[in-house]
Each structure stands twice: as C-alpha cells, then as structure tokens.
Design a protein around this ligand. Structure first.
Ligand code: PLP
Length: 408
C-alpha cells in the first residue's frame, strides 16, 4: 500500500477543463473563447509597453536582495489611490490597511482568512453567478458561502429587484462580495443609480462590502470610471474591503517564480479603517496571515507595478493602453452582434453590446456549447460565457455563423 492510495483526482477547474479540451483538439482553426485573458486582434497575448518601460527603469540588482518594505508600501499606496481616488480623505488620512497579495486570488484568500479569524461565525454572500473560484477560496478558509440574486436569464441583465430583496433579507451585518465593474462571468454591472441604492441599503443593514476588482478599466476603458461603484460606497462612509488584481489590466498574469505553482503575480488587498491606529492593527494581522501562507511576496512584479503607477509618464501610457484593450473588446461586441443580425438570427443579441468587460454571458445552452466545440472547434465554458478577448476581426464572422447554426 502506498501512502497516497486514497488520493483521488480533484474536480477539474471549469476554465482549465476548457483549455485542456482546446489544446487536445488538432483542428488548425480552433478558437479558445474560454480564458479570461486579453488577446490582441491577431489572437496574441500582449506585453504592454508601459510594462516594458517600467522594466527598463527597475533594472539593477539591489532590489532583488530583499523584500523591501518601502517598495511594498508604495504598491499599496498607489493601488489604494487607484481604487479610492487620489484625493480621497482615506488616502490623505492613511485610513487604509493594505498588503501586496498574490494576484486577485491571493488577495481574496487573505481576506477570507482574515474574515474567519475575526468573524468566526460569519458567512459571505456571492452574486449568482460569480467567478467559480470564489466559493472554493472562502470554503478553504471555512467561511460558508451563500448567494444573492444577480443575473436575470430572461433579460440577460441585472435582476435588481431580487438583488435588493436578498440584501434586505440577509441578516444585519452580513459580508457581501461585489464585483465593482465588468462582472465575471455575466458582463452585467449595476448602473450608478442602482449602486447608490445598493449602498444605501447596505448602510441600513450594516452589511460589509468586499469588492473584488479583477478588471478595472475593462468595462469603460477608463480606470477612474470603473472605480465609480467603490467611490459611491466610499462617499456613503462604508468600511470597505478590496481585492485588486493587476493580472488583466496590466497583462501580468504570468509573474511566477519557484515551485508548487505559486502565483507570484502582484496585487493588492486593502481595508478601509476608522482611523490610523486601527489601520496599523489590521495591517499587522494581514501580514501575519500572509507570513504563514507564503512568507513575503516576490518583489519583481511589485516593483514593476509600483513604478507604473507612480511614474506619471508611464502611468499615462498605461491608461492609454487600457483604453486600447477595452475599445478593441467593445468593437468586437458590436461586430459579433451585427454579424448575427446580418445572418437574420431569430434571437435577440442586444445583450452582447449591453454587457461590458471581458465577458459576454451569451445565453447559449450547455448542449449548444458542446455542439460549438464538437462541430465548429469553438471552446467556451459550459455556462455559455464567451471571452470577448478571444474574438478577432479574422474569426468573428466564423464565430457568428457557428453560433447562428447552433441556435437557429
Ligand atoms: N476575481 C475575479 C472576479 C476574477 O475573474 C479573477 C480571475 O479570473 C480573479 C479574481 C483572480 O484573478 P488573478 O488572476 O489576479 O488571481
């Protein structure tokens, strides 16, 4: 008998499963619409010019020697400015506690652990649907997950009435996970007015909003505009938790080092506090949690992002590049919808352009998704989520024709 006889394979991550099926398909014109990573109009991954420029500036070896507290603090401060606003009082008064985290996933994981430690009997409400890993992350931290209504399959938009009912009916003082922009997987975001109503109700109910910001800039092309939901909550005086990922909007998915598949991408995690003393206490606890999980984070990516966010010229370049990525995706949404309408599809495809960000929650059924893979070599997750970044000028007509054939 071996030590590990009782180990059976873990359930496949739905997105990795799509990638595996795509890679196994020998067809030369196969298309992967599964992965939520930006691709250019040639279908190629992009290294942003702002990253190249920052790389040139952080050269040298001094910073490689240690995890510099100064560099980490800079990242946290710049990330907080990006999300809470450069001129906001919380920045001036240093009323936020933050630490660098291992990408958005790591930021969520640290918060889940922190939540468990200081609210051991609490639960967390996720939108239905949400990013598939949320439930696993909080589950591994032993925080039970529940759901609140979000998406309406008929309108393929927001089920605002049911959402507000669920917020109202949750026990006072509940934790809620919110996507402030470019919701994954639906591409459906509340309007500013709806965010205001949600924020007011959170105030009445004394709920805690935890924002998972994985796509800042991808909804509107403007990182400030995409932070509007958080700014609304900020104005209303909420205590806020925030996980920020730079994987997508800086194209830094792959900053990995070492073994055990440690993600070493750089992100930031922050919590707004009542005062500076509370901020110091919270930060020390967050650091203790991350210390036992992975020690300190790799410094190279942190240096890169700090440089991009703090150097006005490089930051201006980044903002332009985010706009280019978001605009390409918006153009592909319009082109895909037009192509389906030109084919005289009997279905309504308005939601392709109503939804925002990286994803289109197409409404395709599981059987239709399977048929797309089998007959047309087009791959996407079983819930019908299309990663719009995988659609290009060259393949959009083929994708439209295939969708039309399986739905007509
Ligand atoms: N949160 C959401 C909503 C996401 O969609 C993702 C990635 O798909 C993440 C967090 C994690 O991103 P990262 O790659 O930064 O860990």
């Amino acid at each position: 008998r071996s030590w590990w006889d009782h180990v059976t394979p873990a359930l496949k991550d739905p997105i990795n499963a799509v990638t595996d099926a795509f890679l196994a398909d020998p067809c030369p014109y196969k298309i992967n619409l599964g992965v939520g990573a930006y691709r250019d109009d040639e279908g190629k991954p992009v290294v942003l010019q702002c990253v190249r420029e920052a790389e040139g500036k952080i050269g040298g070896t001094n910073f490689l020697e240690s995890t510099s507290t100064a560099i980490s603090s800079k990242l946290v401060e710049e990330s907080a400015k990006l999300i809470y606003g450069e001129d906001s009082d919380v920045i001036k008064e240093k009323r936020f506690a933050g630490i660098p985290a291992l990408s958005g996933t790591g930021a969520c994981r640290i918060f889940a652990e922190f939540q468990k430690r200081f609210y051991p009997d609490s639960t967390i409400y996720f939108p239905d649907p949400t990013w598939s890993n949320h439930r696993n992350i909080w589950g591994d931290a032993h925080v039970p997950g529940r759901t609140f209504h979000y998406y309406h399959p008929d309108s393929k938009g927001l089920n605002f009435v049911a959402l507000m009912d669920d917020v109202k009916n949750a026990p006072d003082g509940s934790f809620f996970l919110l996507h402030p922009c470019a919701h994954n997987p639906t591409g459906v975001d509340p309007t500013d007015e709806q965010w205001r109503e949600i924020s007011s109700l959170f105030k009445v109910k004394n709920h805690f909003p935890f924002f998972d910001v994985a796509y800042q800039g991808f909804a509107s092309g403007d990182v400030e505009r995409d932070a509007q939901a958080i700014r609304i909550f900020l104005e209303d005086g909420h205590s806020i938790g925030c996980a920020q990922s730079f994987a997508k909007n800086l194209g830094l998915y792959g900053h990995r080092v070492g073994c055990l598949s440690n993600l070493t991408r750089i992100d930031c995690f922050s919590i707004l506090c009542n005062d500076k003393i509370q901020a110091v206490a919270i930060k020390s606890q967050l650091k203790q949690i991350s210390n036992t999980m992975y020690g300190s984070p790799p410094i190279h990516g942190i240096s890169l992002v700090s440089k991009i966010l703090s150097n006005p010229d490089i930051k201006a370049l980044w903002l332009k590049e985010v706009k280019v990525m978001a605009t390409r995706i918006q153009r592909m949404r319009a082109t895909l919808r037009e192509a389906l309408e030109r084919l005289r599809s009997p279905l309504n495809w308005q939601h392709i352009t109503n939804q925002v960000g990286m994803f289109c929650f197409s409404g395709l059924t599981r059987a239709e998704v399977d048929q797309l893979a089998k007959e047309f070599h087009i791959y996407m997750t079983h819930d019908g989520r299309i990663s719009m970044a995988g659609v290009t000028t060259k393949n959009v007509d083929y994708v439209a024709r295939a969708i039309h054939e399986v739905t007509a």
